[in-house]
Write a protein that binds this ligand. Sequence first.
Ligand SMILES: Cc1ncc(COP(=O)(O)O)c(C=O)c1O
Length: 458
Amino acid sequence: MPSTTPAALYGLIGNTPLIEVTRLDTGPCQLFLKLESQNPGGSIKDRIGLSIIEAAERDGRLKPGGTIIEATAGNTGLGLALVGRIKGYRVVLVVPDKMATEKVLHLKALGAEIHLTRSDVGKGHPEYYQDMAARIAADTPGAFFADQFNNPANPLAHETTTGPELWQQSGQKLDAIVVGVGSSGTLSGLSRYFERANPDLEFVLADPRGSILAEYIDTGKVSETSGSWAVEGIGEDFIPSIADFSRVKKAYTIPDQESFDSARELLRAEGILAGSSTGTLLAAALKYCREQTTPKRVATFVCDTGTRYLSKLYNDGWMVDQGLIQRPRTGDLRDLIGRRHDAGEVVNVSPTDTLMVAFNRMRAADLAQLPVLDDNRLVGIIDESDLLLKVGGNADAFAGQVGGTMTSRLETLQPGDSLQALRSTLDRGLTAVVADGSRFYGLITRYDLLNHLRRTLS
Ligand SMILES: Cc1ncc(COP(=O)(O)O)c(C=O)c1O
């Protein structure tokens, strides 16, 4: 077990609970979930944060006043920043830009320094997150590059903590473990532990569609081309040097849709708020369990907490934007509306609300304009420039009413109008309001139009 200082928060890392899935169909099997979301930093990566830092302290690569540098999809950064900041180190992290805002905000609040980089470039590109971290490490005096993808302290954390915990908590009765692979530390460390503890135990890979790993397990071939996927933290476009796939007996490729649906189902059925990768693992685990012909005891992980994905996986608007929730199509401009009024998704104000209320709603929802509705009828639009004009240097004006400030001469688009008509409205700097008589459907923003164009291209 890692050495810990009882008084420090990182002494609480590990020893996470194991619970049984009771309300999902697990076929003839029992399925257990190890709640890594209960670690103090909220993910399985707290374990390696502690293990990597303490190994580097022991062998002198990290000295008092030193800087920890890492390329991370977020969770490893949170683990390193949690332990590293408590221990007084500077922490510098290179994070790909597809990562959830919550993770980045959490990291900054912990005092980590963040370099955001592109998530659409691969190994060898100067902006690839791992290459960029290696470069920053080489240029920073007193730097320690945590390098989870090549650092043996990563799998060691799972060999010495996650593995023994699972074995003991399952009453030494476990037939299979379903894992996801990012750096492969979890799989490699558990493989090493169970090689001794229970050599018959099967490993099952849960891999997002687009990653090359499942194909590698099935065919032994390393594909030159990878796709893209929305699940965070697992799936790869190369084989990590510390990877040990020798005990993996089966691999499942899970599309984003199934991963996101499974994570949401886990919350509804079992009350567990998990991240998107847990959805991938759960979907694969349920498939594996249902395919068995004899009862087996199977474990998988709730890899991280869903609180850091509230703006994505648990946000219907984001899910719609990504095409992960499909609305019934109407084949007209209504399909482009990001937030539909009839679905209760539109933030609005009434003409009798104050400008302060309008401003607060814009701020809270991160919107630049709001429709003004009177008894469900669209009567105007209020935007940031209306507010600025009215308020100017006079803060008292915030007490004024929306009705006296809004734009009420609206040029509306009918659902059946053309994309060209929409473009012309947006190009003239107007707000695109979709309405049919007094029936208001929603606004189409430039972002919505871009999103529509992206969807029709892909
Ligand atoms: C968010 C997240 N990060 C990382 C991992 C595992 O990664 P690694 O292979 O780096 O141990 C998982 C899942 O198993 C995960 O869900």
